[in-house]
Design a protein around this ligand. Structure first.
Ligand SMILES: Nc1ncnc2c1ncn2[C@@H]1O[C@H](COP(=O)(O)OP(=O)(O)OP(=O)(O)O)[C@@H](O)[C@H]1O
Length: 268
């Protein structure tokens, strides 16, 4: 099993941030994780990466049970692309060196990459549609280009699990579609890592994400087949507001219905 979270609770200042979470990810599955701000998604991912420990319950990742192995070793098998990583990278590095640094898990390239590494980095830049950027400085890239270079960087370490944490934030609609196409391309590679794709937006769920986890108030609201999860009744219940879900091609699009006042938004 790739991820096995059993009855996990995490308390902070006596308050449960995660409550009785059960979630299993099997080999070959790719999951979307959806939840509103503050629902507990990042906390759950921090736990999967071993940065925080459950107050109670058990967790194993890539067949390793927490408490019985070296977390630093486990982290080498997990790629995590997030906005905080984006801020930490060195702007003066080229795209090629940024990707190569992924092999050594360093911010900046200090180790000597061999020919095979360079060839692999070029292949990954091509996979992500960034070949032309190879020799350009990272700080000259658009947001969409940065995200794609960062995904190539994460793939450089050949992770078994790749977490894409809201990768479409700040992208225009075309850059977003481009990124989603690339993500799908990665998932369809024969030796693809298991992908976890965190988003607030239902329409970003590509068909390759056959499973979806809905997180609400630190609890699993629903975990199952995307096709079954993405229905108007369930999502209205999940968001606490009436929504409709329209199927367009092989993607679902969500639209709030009713007056804004009914959405119980705090607009003050
Ligand atoms: N170390 C901590 N101490 C106290 N509260 C915390 C801590 N870490 C997270 N929380 C709280 O737990 C809740 C869940 O936070 P988390 O960051 O996991 O949400 P999220 O679903 O990732 O949100 P977003 O979509 O905004 O990134 C929030 O209310 C947050 O303030």
């Amino acid at each position: 099993m790739i991820i096995d979270v059993k009855d996990v609770t995490w308390l902070r200042e006596q308050q449960p941030i995660l409550k009785g979470v059960n979630w299993q990810v099997q080999p070959g599955e790719h999951w979307c994780i959806v939840g509103l701000n503050g629902s507990g998604k990042t906390t759950l991912l921090n736990m999967i990466n071993g940065y925080i420990w459950p107050t109670s319950g058990e967790i194993s990742v890539l067949g390793q049970k927490f408490g019985e192995f070296d977390l630093r070793e486990l982290r080498k098998s997990i790629g995590w692309v997030s906005s905080s990583l984006q801020q930490r990278l060195h702007g003066s590095e080229t795209a090629l060196n940024t990707v190569l640094s992924g092999k050594f898990a360093t911010i900046g390239l200090y180790d000597k990459a061999d020919e095979a590494d360079v060839a692999k980095a070029h292949e990954l830049l091509q996979l992500l549609g960034c070949s032309k950027l190879a020799g350009r400085r990272y700080d000259t890239f658009s947001q969409g280009e940065r995200q794609r270079v960062l995904i190539a960087r994460a793939l450089m370490a050949s992770p078994a699990l790749l977490i894409l944490d809201e990768p479409c934030t700040g992208l225009d609609v075309f850059a977003r579609e481009m990124l989603l196409t690339m993500v799908e391309r990665i998932a369809l590679q024969p030796d693809a890592p298991t992908l976890l794709f965190v988003t607030h937006h239902i329409e970003e769920i590509m068909p390759v994400f056959r499973q979806t986890l809905l997180v609400k108030g630190g609890e699993v609201f629903r975990a199952g087949l995307t096709q079954e999860v993405l229905n108007a009744e369930l999502l209205s219940d999940f968001f606490g507001a009436q929504v409709e879900v329209e199927q367009r091609g092989d993607r679902s699009w969500l639209r709030p219905i009713g007056r804004l006042a009914d959405l119980q938004l705090d607009l003050e």
